[in-house]
Design a protein around this ligand. Structure first.
Ligand code: CU
Length: 119
């Protein structure tokens, strides 16, 4: 009985420890930042994650129209920083969608958007 209580105490404290220590990989900052309105299209997209992630797919969709898959070939390893050149000059709403596997093995995905407006 005493041992069972001891085990329970260990399990409870372990559960608390893992829940506070565990944080899923998420975006820390991006350039352009989420929600930004720009007057000129950016020349690159930079993503910085809070912990290492191996991205599997990053797409850029413009005004619900054309969707561009960004080239990850040089950035296939686990890392926190990713940079993609953007070589087109559309205006409108840009939606970036990313998906990858965090360093804790969990599949993570997210979205951010920015606007390029001529006004
Ligand atoms: Cu996780």
């Amino acid at each position: 009985m005493k041992n069972a209580l001891k085990l329970l105490t260990i399990l409870v404290s372990l559960a608390c420890w893992t829940s506070t220590a565990h944080a899923h990989t998420k975006i820390l900052t991006s350039k352009p930042a989420n929600g930004t309105v720009l007057s000129l299209p950016p020349s690159e997209l930079a993503l910085e994650f809070a912990s290492e992630i191996r991205l599997a797919k990053v797409t850029l969709r413009i005004d619900d129209g054309k969707e561009i898959k960004l080239d990850l070939s040089e950035q296939k390893t686990f890392r926190t920083d990713f940079t993609f050149p953007i070589a087109f000059d559309d205006i409108g709403i840009f939606v970036v969608t990313w998906r990858g596997i965090g360093s804790d093995g969990h599949i993570r995905s997210g979205k951010l958007q920015f606007t390029v407006s001529s006004e």
